[in-house]
Ligand binder design. Structure first.
Ligand SMILES: Nc1ncnc2c1ncn2[C@@H]1O[C@H](COP(=O)(O)OP(=O)(O)O)[C@@H](O)[C@H]1O
Ligand SMILES: [Mg+2]
Length: 166
């Protein structure tokens, strides 16, 4: 996640397999290395503008830019300005990303995908971690030109007692 060449890490697996837990642990480990981490759950979001608003509220809280520079800008322009001027490396965790991709509203998957690509293009200081139930290729999401690391989570059965009877 801290590698400059890997811009996106995809953690995928069935519900209950531990994706959110992994994302939280990774987030804490990165914060311990003094890397700013923004954690967003996309559960319940219905449009790209819902996601833009979430991004803006997080970045405004973090005071990434002076607010007086942002007057009269549209939400999209404000977000672009924030990523254009980002000076520190940061990681954005999008938990339950497929909740938004698959919410059923027309074009939302393409619009959100384009937004993530736009952010990756605008700033090489941002890395993403996405959690989804299916893999990104299965969701037909192909981040061309960026190195993506994909982690598939499987439920591991722990055997507390094991014996062989002959
Ligand atoms: N490594 C683990 N060992 C034991 N329980 C775990 C582990 N990882 C997650 N859990 C538990 O499994 C449940 C589901 O985890 P969660 O991270 O919410 O899964 P997902 O996000 O894939 O739906 C939670 O109750 C969590 O505390
Ligand atoms: Mg989860």
């Amino acid at each position: 996640m801290t590698s400059e060449s890997t811009r996106l890490v995809s953690v995928w697996g069935s519900p209950g397999f531990g994706k959110t837990s992994v994302a939280i642990v990774v987030g804490h480990q990165l914060q311990a290395r003094e890397l700013p981490v923004f954690f967003l759950s996309l559960r319940g979001l219905k449009s790209k503008s819902d996601l833009t608003s979430k991004f803006l509220s997080l970045f405004r809280q973090a005071r990434t830019l002076e607010t007086n520079k942002l007057q009269d800008l549209s939400a999209d322009d404000e977000l672009c300005l924030i990523f254009d001027r980002l000076s520190d490396h940061c990681v954005i965790i999008l938990d339950n990303a497929d909740d938004l991709f698959e919410c059923g509203a027309p074009n939302v998957k393409e619009e959100v995908f384009n937004l993530i690509e736009e952010i990756l293009n605008r700033s090489d200081k941002v890395n993403f971690l996405l959690t989804t139930r299916e893999s990104l290729p299965y969701l037909n999401l192909h981040f061309q030109g960026y190195r993506v690391v994909s982690c598939f989570l499987m439920r591991v059965l722990r055997l507390t007692k094991f014996s062989i009877q002959q």
